[in-house]
Structures are given as structure tokens and as C-alpha cells.
Design a protein around this ligand. Structure first.
Ligand code: SF4
Ligand code: SF4
Ligand code: FES
Length: 294
């Protein structure tokens, strides 16, 4: 361990794939990998949430450790020797991706996840058809967002965002065990009947498209959703004085969804119902036929 001159922040140096990497004390192995420019797959990890270690796709080999360790949560300790690209690591990551891909629909997953599937030559088809317990129709229960749990990898991010990490509403949790484990409202009531306050923070952290805006859901069904035709404009929410940053996703001159940047120091990407969904008035009238003159 060392202390940089003129600084009170201690640092630690570990070896990652044969290179010494120095990071502030308390950093994770994942942070060291990123510092060294070594890409590391993650699914359940998000910078703004506490690591929960549910997916294990980020595992690395640590000298002296019998088991592979999750890079996203294991703190870097001086002298650690880490391998991120050994046969054992690649095999483990490939298996995790294959199991996920064989059990849920990853067709709308973040582009990064699909790239990792390709990188590790994951072949979910090896495990046969999708588990029947996962098969279910999307839950379309209101005009704001839908839940399509056929795409859910049980990463827990939405539960964290709804709970102590952001919203403190606790409208959703993990119910059931084993193959029956699923994200659910209390007593599986519909979303409008639940404690949900429609902040949409769960949508903001979902990596697989299991939670999406109703606009996106409808446009995908119609075949009109086209991200290549969308632009993103940063603005500030005008509903109150907090100053949340909004990213307006616009297609064909219409707002199609609203997100918020993770690195905003006030909100960390979280919003309330007004910022997330209160934009329809902006385009009210655009869908109505123009009144004839005279
Ligand atoms: S919209 Fe907000 S309150 Fe509702 S389930 Fe998602 S995070 Fe919880
Ligand atoms: S709905 Fe999305 S955020 Fe929630 S556990 Fe499933 S994949 Fe993760
Ligand atoms: S990203 Fe590390 S355990 Fe999921």
C-alpha cells in the first residue's frame, strides 16, 4: 500500500494480467481492470448501485484463491495477482452467458451483452429450448411502462433501484425460489394496484429490455422503433427546483422515452414520474388531425 505525495488517499497496487495497476484503496478489482483498460463483462453491476453478485459473469482468477472471484465486488488488496483472460475465466464467463441466454430472451439486451456473447462464443442453444417457467406474456397494465419478465435475468437492479438505493418505495422484490424465482409486486398485484409510484427508475437500470416504456413497446410491435433515427437531447427538468438532467430520446420529431445520465451528481440517473413520463403534453396535438381552416 502507498500514499501519493500531497494526498491523503491511500492507493494499492495489484498485478492484472502481468501489469501493475495502482488504484485508490477500497477500489474493486473491476475498477483496477478498467484502469488498466481491460474490458470486463458485467450484468448485475452498475456504478450507482451496491454490487449484489448475482450473475458472476465478471469473475477473474485470483492467485491463492480456490474459487474464481467476482471482480465487481472484490476489493483490490496490495499484492494481488489477477488473471482476467485465463482458460478457466473464459470458460466460466461463457457458461454464465450460455445459461442466461438459454433461459431468457436476450434479444433486447444491451448491445454490450450481445457483444460479450459473441466474444465468448456463447451458444445457448446447447441447452435446448427455454425453461417453461420463464415463458409468460408481457405485463401491459398501464400506459407508462411494461414488464416483460421473459427477458429478465434476475440481476436485482430494479429491486435495488426501487428500494434503499434510490426510490425507497419497495414496490417490487424477488419472489419464489429456484426456477420459480421472479421479480414481483407484493402478492403479485398489478402495477397500478401496487405501491409503485411510477418513477421508472427500475426501467433506467434494467439491462435486458425486460422493463421498457410503453411507447417503445408499442413502436417495436408496430415495427417503427428505429434507434438509428433517434437523437438524444440533454435538458433540465422544469417541474421543480432539483434540476434533474433529462435525456430526451426523439424519433420523427416525437419524444419516445426519457432517461437520465448516471453521472449526474444529484440524481445518479434516477428521476420521478414527472421527469420520466411527464412529457406527453409537449407533443399533444401532433397525433390529432389538423383542424380545417375556414
Ligand atoms: S416505477 Fe419506481 S416505484 Fe414503480 S416499481 Fe419501478 S422503481 Fe419501483
Ligand atoms: S427486470 Fe431487468 S433490472 Fe429487474 S431483475 Fe430483471 S433484468 Fe434485472
Ligand atoms: S457483474 Fe459481478 S457478479 Fe454480476
Amino acid at each position: 500500500m502507498s500514499v501519493a505525495r500531497g494526498s491523503t488517499v491511500r492507493s494499492v497496487t495489484i498485478a492484472v494480467d502481468g501489469h501493475d495497476v495502482t488504484v485508490p484503496e477500497g477500489s474493486t478489482i473491476l475498477a483496477a481492470c478498467r484502469e488498466a483498460g481491460i474490458p470486463t463483462p458485467t450484468l448485475c453491476f452498475l456504478e450507482t448501485l451496491t454490487p449484489v453478485n448475482t450473475c458472476r459473469v465478471c469473475v477473474v482468477e485470483l492467485e491463492g484463491s480456490r474459487a474464481l472471484v467476482p471482480a465487481c465486488s472484490r476489493r483490490a488488496e496490495a499484492g494481488m495477482v489477477v488473471s482476467t483472460d485465463s482458460e478457466r475465466v473464459r470458460h466460466s464467463r461463457k457458461m454464465v452467458l450460455e445459461f442466461l441466454g438459454s433461459s431468457v430472451d436476450l434479444s433486447l439486451a444491451d448491445e454490450e451483452i450481445r457483444q460479450w456473447m459473441h466474444e465468448y462464443r456463447a451458444d445457448p442453444a446447447r441447452y435446448g429450448s427455454r425453461a417453461e417457467t420463464v415463458a409468460q406474456p408481457p405485463k401491459v397494465q398501464d400506459e407508462l411502462y411494461i414488464r416483460d419478465y421473459e427477458k429478465c435475468i434476475l440481476c436485482y437492479k430494479c429491486v435495488q433501484a426501487c428500494g434503499v438505493e434510490a426510490q425507497n418505495t419497495f414496490a417490487i422484490a424477488v419472489a419464489g425460489r429456484g426456477f420459480d424465482a421472479r421479480i414481483s409486486t407484493e402478492f403479485d398485484v398489478t402495477l397500478p394496484d401496487s405501491a409503485c409510484v411510477y418513477c421508472g427508475n427500475c426501467i433506467g437500470v434494467c439491462p435486458t429490455g425486460a422493463l421498457v416504456f410503453k411507447t417503445e413497446f408499442d413502436m417495436r410491435r408496430e415495427g417503427t422503433w428505429d434507434e438509428s433515427r433517434q437523437s438524444v437531447t440533454r435538458t433540465i427538468c422544469s417541474y421543480c427546483g432539483v434540476g434533474c438532467n433529462l435525456d430526451l430520446h426523439v424519433q420523427d420529431n416525437r419524444i419516445v422515452k426519457v432517461t437520465s445520465p448516471l453521472d449526474h451528481d444529484v440524481t445518479s440517473g434516477h428521476l420521478c414520474i414527472k421527469g420520466r413520463f411527464g412529457w406527453r403534453h409537449v407533443q399533444a396535438g401532433l397525433d390529432e388531425p389538423e383542424a380545417e381552416e375556414g
